[in-house]
Design a binder for this molecule. Structure first.
Ligand code: ZN
Length: 366
């Protein structure tokens, strides 16, 4: 049995959503860009009492600058820099230097994310353009990490659209010194994510991080794989904060946005068991300031996401038990949850063997 970790992303010392936040996700450009930011980040980690700190590689910022048509530099001899929305300089050296200073639990190698594209020609073209950079940076980050901070775990980010492209990574990963993989899952449905995780398991991978997702579905998948297949399965997201920023209250069971009638009062304690909902009515909430509303929503949202993780973990020893837990939370009409339960049952029926047979059984589109 491994560990499941739900990293809290997008926070800072002022808006920590709980007195104790066990896992924090930071990135070099925001949190280690200079001595002041570094000291601030170290204070935040101490205040949160965090056991796990993951340092992402700021690939998202490169992605944003690229979409804005900005200048992207990868010069290790110039300072690490990001002037939103149009200029960035970042290299494997900067990432490892930031890890040496911050000493996170785990760092992610520098990557250039592939964009969300539809056509197969466009996707292939995008993969080909980024693959050379990504492989070179993975190798450079691994070499520097081994020399400068071997005690920090290293996860490699893989940017691919399909299995054919994953095969190229497989060739390069063989013999490369690393501790796990980090993968984006935004283009995949439940069967795709589950197949990919089984594929990684068949490749001997023992730690996996799912990037930027925090849905009930993703939490359930990560818990199940942490309990049954990997030493570590984690995810991260900042939806607890972004939802609050947009005034969204997340349902304690489904983690989806809940809509209320502004003319009807009720007690939040009737729909949620969290400490922030305990004494509050909806009209109390509507009459409070925007700052107070956002604070309340951040704390509530974070609490219910964390609770969902604990709940799924407790029930993820078997697909059947996890399925019962998910139906109790989401009902029987949620298509993505139903697909997830079906896919988990399928891998328990499959029980090893040819991975391509599993792909067909799951009907995974990869
Ligand atoms: Zn609540």
């Amino acid at each position: 049995m491994g560990i499941f970790i739900n990293f809290c992303a997008g926070t800072d010392e002022r808006i920590l959503p709980a007195a104790h936040v066990d896992a924090l996700l930071v990135n070099p450009l925001q949190h280690v860009i200079n001595e002041v930011a570094l000291a601030y980040t170290q204070r935040m980690i101490a205040k949160a009492g965090a056991t796990y700190v993951m340092m992402d590689s700021s690939g998202f910022q490169i992605h944003t600058i690229e979409n804005n048509g900005g200048v992207i530099g990868f010069d290790p001899y110039k300072p690490m820099m990001c002037r939103q929305p149009l200029e960035i300089n970042l290299s494997p050296y900067h990432i490892v230097d930031a890890a040496v200073k911050l000493r996170p639990t785990v760092m992610v190698a520098l990557d250039w994310p592939i964009r969300k594209l539809d056509g197969s020609f466009e996707r292939n073209n995008e993969f080909m353009k980024k693959f050379g950079y990504n492989i070179k940076w993975i190798q450079e980050t691994a070499d520097l990490r081994a020399r400068l901070c071997p005690d920090v775990l290293l996860f490699l980010p893989l940017q691919f659209y399909n299995l054919e492209q994953l095969r190229f990574y497989e060739v390069y990963l063989d013999g490369l010194n690393h501790d796990g993989l980090s993968i984006p899952t935004r283009n995949l449905d439940a069967s795709g994510i589950i197949f990919l995780l089984m594929k990684f398991h068949s490749m001997g991978v023992t730690r996996v991080h799912l990037l930027g997702v925090n849905t009930l579905r993703a939490i359930a998948i990560a818990c199940y794989f942490a309990r049954n297949y990997f030493d570590w399965c984690s995810l991260d997201a900042c939806n607890w904060r972004l939802s609050a920023q947009f005034g969204d209250y997340l349902d304690q069971n489904t983690l989806k946005r809940k809509v209320f009638d502004p003319n009807k009062n009720f007690s939040f304690s009737s729909i949620c068991g969290c400490p922030w909902c305990y004494y509050r009515t909806y009209f109390d909430y509507l009459n409070s300031s925007k700052t107070e509303q956002t604070y309340f929503l951040r704390c509530h949202n974070y609490f219910v996401i964390t609770k969902a993780g604990e709940d799924c973990w407790e029930h993820s020893a078997s697909a059947r038990d996890l399925g019962r837990c998910l139906i109790a939370r989401a009902g029987t009409n949620d298509k993505s949850i139903n697909q997830l339960i079906q896919s988990l049952n399928m891998i328990e029926i499959w029980r090893g063997g040819n991975i391509n047979v599993l792909k067909d059984l799951l009907n995974a589109k990869l």
